[in-house]
Design a protein around this ligand. Structure first.
Ligand code: NAD
Length: 493
C-alpha cells in the first residue's frame, strides 16, 4: 500500500473555498498506530457554521442545483463516483492511516462509497410521484428538496458513511454542510477536489470541521438548516434531538447497536462460525451492525465457544496497512481505553474470558487489542447490555426458541440481528419476533442499497437507503385539482 499524502493543515470548505476558522482555532489529529499528531485541523465554531449555511443557502436559493434536470444531477453524481474510483487506493490509504482500519477492508469501503453515488444517481432519474384520481378531483404530488441538509458523521468508516448521506442529499437537490468526526477528518479532505472535478457548483457542498459539542451543536441549532442526518452514539443522538426541537428540524438518527447473532443447533455451523467471527471482528469491531452478542443453542454451545475461541486466537492483529491484517488499530487511545475498560469489567462481572483481552505480543505501541471472546455472559452483565464498539464478543447459551428471542431482545438497542437455522418456519418466526431494524437469516451483513437501513428502540429513528433517503431529503406536497363542478356550503349566504 502506498503511504497517503498528508496535508499539514485541514481546512473548512465553504462556498468553494478552503478556509481557516474565523477565530483561527485549530485542533490536533493523530493516527492510531503511533498516536502521533499528523495535522492541524480547523476547529469550526458558530461563525464558521454560519458562513457554511449561508453559502449552502445561497446555492440552494439562487444556484442551479435544486432545479437541475434529474439527469444532469445524476451525471454529476456519476462523475463523483468516477473520481472516487480513480482515487480508490488513495482513499483506502488515508482511511487506513487515519482510522486504523485494515487496508483490505478500507478498499472495500472506498468502493462502496463510489457505489453509493452511482446508486443515488440511478434513483434520481427513476423517481416518480403518486397521483390520486377520482371523478371529482385529481391529486398529484410535487416533490421538493428540503433545503440545506446538515450531515454529522462518526469516525467509523468515515468516508463511506459521509457518502451514504451526501449521495442521496445531493441526488434530491439539497445543498449540504458536512461535519465529519473530529478523530478522522483525513479522507473527507479529498471531497472538495472530488466535488469540484465532478462539476458540483460552489456552495452546494460545504465542510465544517470541528468538535462535536461546538461545530456539530452549532449546525444542529442553526435555523438555516432544516434537516440533520446524524450517525453516531445514542446519547449524542438524544442531545441532538433535544437541541433540534427548538427549530423543529427533520431528523434522521442512525445510532448505536448491540446486535445478536443467534445460532440454532440445526444451522450450518461452519458458515455460522465464519459469519459470527466476521460480523464482530471486521472493521476492528467498530461497526454499528456488529453481531456483538452471539447467542448459541445449548446443545452446541460448548463446541461453538471452543471453535470461536480457537479461530479468534488466530485472527491476525497488526499494522493496518499490511494486507494480511484482519484487525488493525482502534481509532483513538481514548476509545482504546474505553474498550479495555469493558474487558476488565467483563472479567469483574464473572464472564469467562476465552481468548484475547489484551494487547497482542509484539505490538508494543498503538491501539491494538487481540480478538476477544467472552463466554457464559448473562443478560444482567453490562458487557451484554452496552455497546463496546471494539473487537469483543459475548457468547451466551439458550435452551429454546422462546429464550433465544427473549435474550435477543433483552437490550435497549435494536439495530441488526443475524439468525442461523435451517428450519424455515422458525427462521420466519424468529425474524418477526426479534426487535431489530434489519435482520439477516443465514447471511452476514450484505446490503441491498434499496432496502431500509436503520434501527428500532435506542438504535435510531427514521430510515436511510433507497426511497427512504430520498423521502428524508425532500418533502412531498400535494396539489388537489377539481375536475368537475365544485359544490361549496354557502356560509353567510
Ligand atoms: P459520536 O456520537 O461521538 O459522534 C458522531 C458525530 O457527532 C461526530 O461528528 C461528533 O463530532 C458529532 N457530535 C458529538 N457531539 C455532538 C453534539 N452535541 N451535537 C452535534 N454533533 C455532535 O459517535 P462516534 O463515537 O463518532 O461513532 C460511534 C457510534 O456511532 C457508535 O455508537 C456506533 O454504533 C454509531 N454508528 C451507528 C451507525 C448506524 O447506522 N446506526 C453507523 C455507524 C456508527
Amino acid at each position: 500500500m502506498s503511504n497517503p499524502v498528508l496535508p499539514e493543515k485541514i481546512l473548512h470548505y465553504i462556498g468553494g473555498k478552503h478556509l481557516p476558522s474565523v477565530d483561527g482555532a485549530t485542533f490536533e489529529v493523530a493516527e492510531p498506530v503511533t498516536n502521533r499528531v499528523y495535522a492541524q485541523v480547523a476547529a469550526g465554531g458558530p461563525e464558521d457554521v454560519d458562513r457554511a449555511v449561508e453559502a449552502a443557502t445561497a446555492a440552494f436559493e439562487t444556484g442551479p442545483w435544486p432545479a437541475m434536470a434529474a439527469r444532469a444531477r445524476a451525471r454529476v453524481l456519476n462523475r463523483i463516483a468516477d473520481a472516487i474510483e480513480a482515487r480508490g487506493e488513495q482513499i483506502a490509504a488515508m482511511e487506513t492511516f487515519d482510522t486504523g482500519l485494515p487496508v483490505t477492508q478500507a478498499r472495500g469501503q472506498a468502493a462502496r462509497a463510489a457505489e453509493n453515488f452511482r446508486f443515488f444517481a440511478d434513483m434520481a432519474v427513476t423517481l416518480h410521484e403518486d397521483a390520486f384520481s377520482s371523478p371529482a378531483q385529481l391529486g398529484y404530488v410535487l416533490r421538493k428538496p428540503r433545503g440545506v441538509a446538515g450531515l454529522i458523521t462518526p469516525w467509523n468508516t468515515p468516508f463511506m458513511l459521509e457518502s451514504w448521506k451526501l449521495a442521496p442529499a445531493l441526488a434530491a437537490g439539497c445543498t449540504v454542510v458536512l461535519k465529519p468526526a473530529e478523530w478522522t477528518p483525513l479522507s473527507a479532505s479529498l471531497l472538495p477536489e472530488i466535488m469540484a472535478e465532478a462539476g458540483v457548483p460552489d456552495g452546494v457542498f460545504n465542510i465544517v470541521h470541528g468538535i462535536g459539542e461546538v461545530a456539530g451543536a452549532a449546525l444542529v441549532m442553526h435555523p438555516g438548516a432544516p434537516l440533520i442526518s446524524f450517525t453516531g452514539e445514542t446519547t449524542t443522538g438524544q442531545t441532538i434531538m433535544r437541541s433540534a426541537a427548538t427549530s423543529l428540524k427533520g431528523l434522521s438518527m442512525e445510532l448505536g447497536g448491540k446486535s445478536p447473532c443467534v445460532i440454532f443447533a440445526d444451522a450450518d455451523l461452519d458458515l455460522a462460525v465464519d459469519s459470527a467471527l466476521f460480523g464482530v471482528f471486521s472493521l476492528n469491531g467498530e461497526r454499528c451492525t456488529a453481531g456483538s452478542r452471539i447467542l448459541a443453542e445449548r446443545t452446541v454451545y460448548d463446541s461453538l465457544v471452543s471453535r470461536l475461541g480457537e479461530r479468534a486466537e488466530r485472527i491476525k492483529v497488526g499494522d493496518p496497512s499490511d494486507p494480511a491484517t484482519e484487525i488493525g488499530a482502534l481509532v483513538h487511545p481514548e476509545h482504546y481505553d474505553r474498550v479495555l475498560s469493558y474487558v476488565r469489567l467483563g472479567v469483574r462481572e464473572g464472564a469467562r474470558l476465552v481468548t484475547g483481552g489484551s494487547r497482542p505480543a509484539g505490538l508494543g505501541a498503538g491501539n491494538y487489542l487481540a480478538a476477544t471472546v467472552f463466554a457464559d455472559v448473562t443478560p444482567s452483565m453490562r458487557i451484554f447490555q452496552e455497546e463496546i464498539f471494539g473487537p469483543v464478543v459475548c457468547v451466551t447459551p439458550f435452551d429454546d426458541e422462546a429464550e433465544a428471542v427473549a435474550l435477543a431482545n433483552d437490550t435497549r438497542y435494536g439495530l441488526a440481528a443475524y439468525l442461523w437455522t435451517c428450519d424455515l418456519r422458525r427462521a420466519h418466526r424468529v425474524a418477526a419476533a426479534v426487535e431489530a431494524g434489519m435482520t439477516w437469516v443465514n447471511s452476514h451483513n450484505v446490503r441491498d442499497l434499496r432496502t431500509p437501513f436503520g434501527g428500532v428502540k435506542a438504535s435510531g429513528l427514521g430510515r436511510e437507503g433507497g426511497q427512504h433517503s430520498i423521502d428524508f431529503y425532500t418533502e412531498s406536497r400535494i396539489v388537489h385539482v377539481a375536475l368537475g363542478d365544485t359544490h361549496v356550503p354557502r356560509f353567510g349566504a
